[in-house]
Design a protein around this ligand. Structure first.
Ligand SMILES: NC(=O)c1ccc[n+]([C@@H]2O[C@H](COP(=O)([O-])OP(=O)(O)OC[C@H]3O[C@@H](n4cnc5c(N)ncnc54)[C@H](O)[C@@H]3O)[C@@H](O)[C@H]2O)c1
Length: 471
């Protein structure tokens, strides 16, 4: 099929590359010329493992090209994806300005030559499917007020569940595909589009192998509104799971338990599951905060108070402050101290800093008079560029970040940090305090290496208490 993907960020670039890899002919459109320029040169506009390799294969298979103008691509397409940003407004509402502009431009570009499906992949408040339909119609009218023919199109909601850092794997081997639409033609076209994914018959790329037992992917077809609600409920539930672990962690710390043991103990219950139960300094990223706030806002519009969702946001906010509290407990005074941060990205394997806990922690420390050194394997350039106001000393590696620091805070659990030589690290510091914000290190090993270690929800063993090794 001929496909246009509007927006080449974390979702659009990956979606476009995957659809072309599956054999569709794709044009990716973005209003940001620098992103299109990079893509034309074969460079990914964002850091996502495997994306550049996939772009090459996408070009060889279905074919992929890039444009700043959507008119030609939309006219030539059967399916048009909207994957533009929907960032939060200060009120918690989603900013739909980019979506509105994209939908109107799609309308303005459409003609009566064929039936087209406009698919909304951006996460938008419940009811936005109808809004896209209205905006496309308005776009058609504005562009050609005298046009009396019929412009045939359907609108679908196709929420995205990919995780940054494993976006290609998640897009090629999703747990499910959700499609919300109100008419059979639209659904049939999207079933055809996604058939290669549903049937899993394509050759898997070497850098993103198919999970061994995966033979088919279910498609869940719903109304537009249910599809939009599925996306919000999924993110709200995941945010809640992490928030729950964090609340348990805080209780564990007071009563002398270890939250990692407790979460393992509950996660093995099939009704609960082990994923998303890692306690830490709170979730971040472009989705959870924005989507939970947006759902709270939508509930409010209907006179409902979303108590659990509001609590989940509050728990996460409080959790981020824990790093500062722990540093104060260990160092008493932060003014004039040097604190080293390991990791800036909101999670490993991405350069995304949106709502990253690191930013809030760094800002607070600097405000309190501390000097902040930082190292991140990938996100330092993005941080320099997007947050020039943040007075961080960027370091070339973890060891140089730790040099003469009074405390080290593990903020992002990049896999390479797990292999650090802790003795070396502690040896370089003024004061070997380690706040392990993601419970990455083994507490006893870190203490043996010379660190004054504190994790999240991991109480110090009582004097004389023997601990059995857990596996
Ligand atoms: N990032 C994720 O992990 C993720 C996962 C699932 C869903 N989502 C949702 O997907 C949507 C996109 O997220 P993202 O992280 O890819 O955003 P992003 O900010 O990385 O990318 C959005 C892109 O859209 C472009 N754009 C804006 N207006 C445009 C227009 N009128 N025409 C063409 N291009 C335009 C921007 O220049 C930008 O490159 C959001 O609604 C988000 O909530 C994101």
């Amino acid at each position: 099929m001929r496909v246009t993907v509007i927006g080449t960020g974390y979702v659009g670039a990956v979606t476009g590359a995957c659809l072309a890899y599956l054999g569709h002919r794709v044009t990716c459109v973005d209003t940001d010329p620098s992103k299109i320029e990079k893509l034309r040169l074969g460079q990914a506009p964002i850091y996502e493992p495997g994306l550049e390799e996939l772009l090459v294969l996408a070009g060889e298979r279905g074919g992929i090209d890039f444009d700043t103008d959507l008119t030609g691509p939309v006219r030539a397409s059967d399916v048009i994806f909207i994957a533009v940003g929907t960032p939060p407004l200060p009120s918690g509402e989603s900013n739909l300005a980019y979506l509105e502009a994209a939908a109107r431009s799609i309308g303005a570009a459409m003609d009566g030559a064929r039936f087209r499906v406009v698919v909304n992949k951006s996460t938008v408040p419940v009811g936005s499917g109808n809004l896209v339909d209205t905006l496309v119609r308005e776009g058609i009218k504005e562009a050609r007020p005298d046009f009396s023919g019929e412009v045939r199109f359907g609108v679908a909601s196709n929420p995205e569940f990919l995780r940054e850092g494993s976006a290609i794997h998640d897009s090629l081997y999703p747990d499910r595909i959700v499609v919300g639409a109100e008419d059979a033609t639209t659904l049939a076209i999207l079933r055809d589009l996604y058939r290669p994914l549903m049937e899993q018959k394509f050759t898997d790329p070497s850098f993103a192998p198919r999970p061994v037992k995966l033979t088919a992917v279910p498609i869940v077809t719903t109304t537009l509104t249910s599809a939009e609600m599925i996306k919000y409920s999924a993110n709200a539930f995941l945010a809640l799971k992490i928030g729950f672990s964090n609340e348990m962690a805080n209780i564990c710390e007071r009563i002398g338990a270890d939250v990692t043991e407790v979460m393992r103990g509950i996660g093995l219950d099939a009704r609960i599951g082990t994923a998303f139960l890692n306690a830490g300094i709170g979730w971040g990223g472009s989705c959870f905060g924005k989507d939970v706030s947006s759902l709270v806002h939508t509930a409010g519009e209907y006179g409902l108070q979303a108590h659990i969702l509001q609590a989940s946001l509050a728990v996460n906010r409080a959790q981020r402050a824990i790093v500062i509290q722990k540093l104060q407990e260990k160092l008493y005074i932060l003014k004039g101290r040097t604190v080293a941060l390991l990791g800036l990205a909101f999670k490993p394997n991405t350069d995304d800093l949106r709502d990253a806990p690191s930013l809030q922690i760094a800002e607070k420390l600097i405000q309190m008079g501390a000097r902040v050194r930082a190292y991140d394997p990938i996100a330092m350039d993005a941080c320099r560029e997007q947050h020039p106001e943040l007075r961080l000393v960027y370091c070339n590696d973890a060891l140089s970040a730790a040099e003469r620091a009074d405390a080290l805070v593990l903020v992002t659990e990049w896999p390479e940090f797990a292999d650090l030589n802790l003795r070396d690290l502690a040896g370089r510091m003024n004061n070997p305090v380690l706040v392990d914000g993601r419970n990455l290190f083994h507490p006893e090993r870190a203490r043996e290496a010379g660190f004054d270690y504190t994790g999240i929800g991991r109480a110090l063993p009582r004097a004389g208490a023997s601990r059995l090794a857990t596996s």
